[in-house]
Design a protein around this ligand. Structure first.
Ligand code: AP5
Ligand code: MG
Length: 188
């Protein structure tokens, strides 16, 4: 089962992805987490990555796809993967399809979790009081929202055309949103 979770910053991709991992036993790739880990560990290209993330801009498609390709090669992804935060551009969606095609598999479902940007800004500012993400400030949040509209929203059409898009409401309690997403996923 290969599942893509799509949604604006703060809509709950990470929260719901972790629960789907725990309850359905899916393996997860979160490109945001991977990039933050590269920055923390001072890994290759960390300064450039930090510049992108801190300003609320996307890392390059090539760099992201290299990370994802390496990760997908690990045995835990042989039968499943939940993609959290990838793809974020049509070019990434195409590259991901190609990667999966080479492994004789494909995206089964792309779940869009949607919510009004104002509510999400409030959620992220709440999180900023507890966690210490460099991109959880108003300027970077606005940029992340704009980048989503400009670069990521077009992938909804990409998946709609391929007949795998499902959309759920991201407002409500964490449990309510989880149940909506869960109902889109059929585990084989
Ligand atoms: P990424 O880490 O993916 O961040 P994001 O998309 O901005 O989203 P967030 O992680 O902020 O939100 P989320 O949807 O996971 O929500 P969460 O569960 O945390 O990417 C960061 C950056 O990395 C990008 O800007 C880019 O620079 C780079 N990057 C990553 N992937 C890339 C790619 N593929 N290509 C290029 N660049 C890439 O929830 C938010 C808060 O709300 C939490 O505090 C949570 O507890 C709370 N919450 C969750 N659900 C609810 C609910 N139902 N009700 C109330 N509160 C809730
Ligand atoms: Mg997240």
């Amino acid at each position: 089962m290969y599942v893509v979770l799509i949604g604006r910053p703060g809509v709950g991709k990470g929260t719901q992805a972790q629960r789907l991992v725990d309850e359905l036993g899916l393996s997860r790739i979160s490109t945001g987490e991977m990039l933050r880990e590269t920055i923390r560990s001072g890994g290759e290209g960390n300064q450039k990555i930090a510049e992108c993330i801190d300003g609320g801009n996307l890392a390059t498609d090539d760099m992201i796809m290299e990370l994802v390709e390496n990760r997908l090669g690990e045995p835990e992804f042989e039968n499943s993967c939940l993609f959290d935060g990838i793809p974020r551009t049509v070019a990434q969606a195409e590259a991901l399809d190609e990667l999966l095609r080479r492994r004789n598999t494909k995206i089964d479902v792309a779940v869009e979790v949607s919510a009004d940007a104002d509510e999400l800004v409030a959620r992220i500012l709440e999180r900023a009081k507890i966690e210490n993400r460099a991109d959880d400030n108003l300027k970077a949040i606005r940029q992340r929202m704009d980048v989503y509209t400009r670069s990521t929203e077009p992938i909804l059409e990409y998946y709609r055309e391929r007949g795998v898009l499902r959309s759920v409401d991201g407002l409500g309690t964490r449990d309510e949103v989880f149940d909506r997403i869960r109902s889109c996923i059929v585990v084989r």
